[in-house]
Every structure is written in C-alpha cells, then in structure tokens.
Design a protein around this ligand. Structure first.
Ligand code: 147
Length: 653
C-alpha cells in the first residue's frame, strides 16, 4: 500500500550516461568581499579560526568549497566595509594589506585544488583619472589588475584562475579585450575572464563580437533566479551564477541554497554557483547580517556558528570535483514530478556517479532576490533507475538533510548508509525540505569540532595600541566603512594611518563625500567612553579627525550615519555633531591642533556628552537622544592622512 500523503504512484527517474553527458561542473564557491565580509574572522583565536577555515575549505569535512572568490580591494565601501587597494596611489604598490591574501593562502593550504577568482568592486581614485569611470584609460586599469595577479604569484605563489571586470557595474568591451591581451602578454594565458558579474546582458555583445567571445571564458550572472537567458545559452559559453544566495543563514537560507545549487543547473545550465558571502564576519548592525554560509562575529570570545548552508554545500561538494560532467536534461537532470529537482554528475573517467535531490518547498527556500514564483511540492515516491554504465551498481551511499521548521530539529548531512539497487532500481520516499545525495563516492564525512566557546559581548574596557600587528595590516575590530586604515611604524611606535587621499572610483555613494570612518564595538552601545591619540601629518593631511559614539549606520549608507561625533578641525575649531556629515552641529568652540600627538576623548551618557582634548575639557553638553545607540567610531573629516594610536573604549553605563 502507498503511504498516506504520497500523491503519486512512484514515478521513475532515469540516470543514463549512454545518452551522453552535458556541461562540465565548475564548482561551488564562496565570496569574501564585496566587501569586508571576512573582517572579524582574522582576529579569532588560532584554534577557532582554524576550525572555521576547516568547515569552509577542508576537503571531506564541511562545505569543502571548490572556488574562493575574493574582492580586489579598492579603498572603497563595497557593502560591509572597505577593503584596501594594493595601490592606494599610482606610485604605491603593496601586497601585505588586508586579509584576502591570508584567506587565499589558508584555503589553498587546505585544498590545493581550490580555484581562485578576483573581482574589483571599486578602484582607488587615481584609476579614474579624475572621473568615476574606471575605463577612462583601459590600459591603466588592466595594468592595475595584472599587478594584483602578479603580486599574488610573486609574493604568495598563489595562482589566480579567474578574473572579473567590475562588480555589478557597466562593463566595457575595449577594456575586456585589453585585459585579455595584457593577461596573455604577461604570461597569464591561464587566467580566465568571467564577465560581467552583473546580468546576462553581455551575452548579446558576445554573440555579435568574435573577439569579445574569445576574450570571455564564462558569463557570470548575479542572482539569476535559477534561469539563464536565451542569448546566454546561445553563446555556448560556460554560464555561472557568479554571485548568489545573500540570504539570512537560518533554515530558509539553507533551503534557498539547496534549491539554487540544483536548479541553477536544472533551469539555467549554470555550472558554478558562488555564495555571497563566504562567511558573515561583520558586525551585527551592518547590512546583510548573517548572509553567509556560516557566521563568525566574535573574535573576542571565539564563538561562531556552523550554519545550514555549510551542510547543504557538502551534499554536492564532498561528492564531486570541478571537471565532473552533468548528465543530460531528462536523462539525469530535471524536475521531480511532485516538485523539487535532481542533478546527476559523472566523474571524468565515467565510473563515479553522484545524484543530488532537493525537495525545498516554496516558503522554506525563498532567497533575498529575485522573487520566487509559486510552485507546489508534495511528498513523493520516486524510483531511481540507473541505466547505461550505471546499471551495474548494486548500491549507492546516501547522505540526508531535512531542514527543521515548526519546532522540528534540523537533520543536517547525515549518513544513511547504503541504498540497495536491484536491476538498477531503488525506491526513495521523499518528504518536504529534504536533500538527498546518492553517490558511489565513499569519502563523505560530517566534520565536527567541540562546541565553540559561548557568546560574549564586546569586551570592555578595550585598549588597542597596535604594537602587536604586522606592518600594513588593518586594525582588528575597527571596521572601516570609508577610507583605508593600516598599521605603520615611525620607529618609536606602531600606529594606524588613514591612507586614502581622494574619493575612490566608488561602488556606492557613501565614499564620495570625502570623509572616512571606522566603526568598532557594538551596535547596541548607548553610554560609552571613547578615547584615541591622533596626529595629523603635515603633508597630504586631513582637515580634521573625530571620535564618535552611537553611530547608527555603516555600509553603502555610511555617509548618512547619525550619532554623536566630536570633531577637531585644522581650521581651529571643535564641533559636536549629531551626524557624520557634520551638518547638525550642537556645540562648538575653538581649539588649536599643533603638530604631534594629541588625545581626543568623548564620554556619552544618556542625554549628555563630555569632550576633551589633551585632557582639557572642551564642553559638557546636552545631546540629542536620537539615535539611542550605535557603534563607537574614529575617522577623518576629509580624505588625507591622519594617524591614530591607543584606542580606548570604556563602559559608561
Ligand atoms: C550584491 C553585491 O554584489 C554584494 O557585494 C552584496 O552587496 C550583495 C548583498 O545582497 O548584493 O549587490 C546587489 C545589490 C542589489 C541587487 C542585486 C545585487 N538587486 O537589487 O537586485
């Protein structure tokens, strides 16, 4: 008898390699950047940091990612912060900034076969030659990108496999051809161009331009909603979801990821899908909190969270490699009769078979974008029918997940042993919100580490003197939102310097206002004491510096942030402002800032604020009570150099 609730009589799904194979599988990846999404990971205690990296990259352990995509920093806000450029200025070159080099090394250490993909969101101002257009001088921009690729090789022996154009901004055909040419001339024939990290629209140009077609290896589309375009298909190019997911990583996030990993191929022939982001390692209070494969936001406690998408990823990555081939639509790839989908993948030598089946229901698999049209899924019996060379199989290994809703626990990536096949056939009873992997591969493993340390609030008091840092590193826990801060030494002491001198070629508006800000601590802080030493150099200097509390925004809207800001300006004034833009001044007076180090202090408590310069009180004033809470911050009144040292944060609650 048929179990209750099962609607069909058990339809048959064929997996038949005798009808031929289809596209090459090109890997599942995670994206660090776009921007500063791995910021807080760097400062984790060694033990937990290695555990996290294992969950992401170690083969046969967790997500076992096959591609790592990283931002090529552009000194500019690119979603959750700014990432440093390797060339702040045209005469500057440095490959020790930021954390993407480190991350790529850690990924390669764990999986030498992982593919690396670099993409800029923004560019330092000089690339635009006085404009906001990075294609003003296409050779200059190509040279800038080539230097990043060469730097990776020369400094770290990292081979970059794929390179992109300009994230979600217009592409330029002349630039793409120039870049291809420059890659070839510099010995980077193997670095392949993915374009354009936007929509599918470049397909039209590729169809009409043979040279462009030769220059582009794969068409990378963002948030394709599992569908390609007719033009994209007609190019015959590899099609990638080169950025996708961006969904809160709870059960629905896992459902989204499971559905698109399969259906990007089933519906759209996409052979690679890359998650924005790799790991949500940016403060609560910044945009798109927890939209990563997992979450790690507490370097001070070591607490982290291995989220559902990690195990959903494992269902495919632990049982395939780049270079496997999909079976054809209708003979191993397709939709299930009662909803859900399946993909069959075959190893290059033809002997191994991996099948991934998902039955995500509509409401439990909604991604951030685009909208998801309604569809039905019902529990169903399916007969899997192995044909062609796979008819010989008498069993397959089974891995199972079921996302838990309505109080049900998650079952994630559980080994169910072997499913027997008789005359190539086996029956599978599929429920809702499930993922099954059936595979001839026997190396699967649900990796685990001891439960991480418990969550803790940001530790106070907090003092950072930057002495322990390698040169050029970004200060830990200070999450730069505009501008670029790095550790330098003057022989006496290490300090951090804001390095950006002019508006970058921006990805979003926030850094086109000639001001820099770096936030720290907790978005929930209300009463806090913030103090820092500062020094304004004489050359290329900023017009002033500030400390702030209750900063209520970061990301692309950073410039709009409200809060309590104490500015001291080279013009000879201090100002207490209710906004970062310094348009809501509530208190001001005169101060003179001489050369050398000074101390700037701000105590914010309820409806009052106390400010001091070099220990001399400037004001004790009533302040607006909105916003009620937010980050502590430091920053500069304009782009231009400023040095900071000995950041001190103390509770005033
Ligand atoms: C993408 C960016 O490429 C990422 O850096 C990150 O900001 C991500 C967050 O979801 O979003 O940018 C998009 C922004 C808006 C849309 C698509 C992608 N949109 O509205 O369709």
């Amino acid at each position: 008898a048929q179990p209750q609730g099962f609607k069909n009589e058990g339809s048959t799904i064929n997996f038949d390699d005798s009808l031929g194979l289809e596209r090459q599988f090109e890997g599942i990846g995670g994206l660090s950047g776009g921007g500063a999404t791995s910021k807080l990971l760097v400062n984790y205690p060694e033990i937990q940091r290695n555990e996290i990296l294992d969950y992401l990259f170690k083969p046969n352990f967790g997500a076992s990612l096959q591609i790592l995509k990283v931002e090529i920093g552009g000194d500019s806000q690119s979603t959750d912060g700014t990432e440093a450029s390797h060339m702040h200025n045209s005469n500057d070159e440095n490959y020790e900034r930021g954390y993407e080099w480190w991350l790529m090394l850690e990924a390669k250490k764990r999986n030498p076969n992982i593919k690396l993909y670099g993409l800029p969101w923004a560019f330092p101002g000089w690339i635009g030659q006085g404009t906001q257009n990075p294609y003003t001088n296409v050779s200059l921009t190509a040279d800038y990108i080539i230097r990043w690729i060469s730097g990776a090789k020369r400094m770290y022996n990292l081979t970059i496999d794929y390179i992109g154009i300009w994230n979600e901004r217009n592409y330029n055909v002349a630039y793409i051809k120039t870049l291809r040419n420059a890659l070839d001339l510099n010995g980077f024939q193997n670095v392949l161009i993915v374009a354009s990290d936007g929509g599918w629209d470049i397909a039209h140009d590729i169809l009409n331009d043979g040279q462009l077609a030769n220059a582009v290896y794969a068409i990378g589309c963002h948030y394709p909603g599992t569908y390609d375009s007719q033009d994209a298909y007609n190019t015959g190019k590899s099609l990638w979801a080169s950025e996708d997911y961006s969904t809160y990583n709870d059960e629905i996030g896992g459902g989204c990821w499971a559905r698109i990993l399969n259906q990007n191929y089933v519906n759209g022939y996409m052979s690679s899908t890359i998650s924005w982001n790799l790991i949500g390692s940016y403060y609560y209070g910044l945009p798109f909190y927890r939209d990563g494969l997992m979450t790690a936001v507490e370097p001070w406690s070591g607490n982290y969270n291995v989220s559902t998408p990690i195990w959903i990823t494992a269902h495919t990555t632990q049982f395939t490699s780049i270079g496997w081939r999909y079976l054809k639509h209708d003979s191993g790839v397709g939709k299930l009769p009662q909803g859900g989908s399946y993909v069959g993948l075959v190893s290059p030598d033809g002997t191994d078979l991996t099948i991934v089946i998902e039955t995500m229901t509509h409401d439990h698999s909604i991604c951030i974008r685009p909208g998801l049209p309604w569809y039905d899924v019902h529990p169903q019996l399916v007969t899997l029918n192995l044909k062609g060379s796979f008819a010989r199989l008498t069993s397959m290994n089974v891995w199972y997940s079921k996302l838990g809703f309505n109080g049900q626990p998650d079952i994630m990536f559980q080994s169910l042993g072997q499913l027997k096949f008789v005359s190539g056939q086996a029956v599978l009873k599929l429920g809702l919100d499930e993922v099954y992997t059936l595979t001839t591969i026997s190396t699967g493993q649900k990796g685990s580490y001891p439960v991480p340390p418990p969550s803790q609030p940001f530790p106070l008091p907090y003092l950072d003197d930057f002495e322990g840092y390698p040169l050029y590193q970004e200060p830990f826990n200070l999450a730069q939102q505009t501008g670029s801060y790095e550790v330098l030494s003057d022989g006496q002491t290490k300090f951090i310097r804001q390095m950006v001198l002019e508006n970058p070629v921006a990805w979003c508006d926030s850094d086109l206002h000639n001001k820099s800000i770096s936030v720290v601590g907790s978005y929930t802080w209300s009463d806090i004491f913030v103090e820092i030493n500062f020094r304004i150099p004489t050359l290329n200097s900023t017009s002033g510096v500030f400390v702030a509390a209750r900063v209520d925004q970061g990301g692309c809207d950073a410039f709009k942030a409200q809060g309590i800001y104490l500015y001291v300006l080279q013009s000879g004034a201090y100002q207490l402002s209710n906004d970062f833009a310094r348009t809501k001044i509530t208190q001001q007076g005169s101060v003179q800032i001489s050369a050398g180090w000074h101390t700037l202090s701000l105590l914010v408590q309820g409806a009052s604020a106390l400010g001091a310069l070099d220990g001399v009180i400037l004001f004790n004033a009533t302040i607006p009570t909105s916003p009620a809470s937010g980050f502590a911050a430091i920053g500069t009144d304009s782009y231009g150099l400023a040095d900071f040292d000995n950041l001190l944060l103390e509770s005033a609650a």
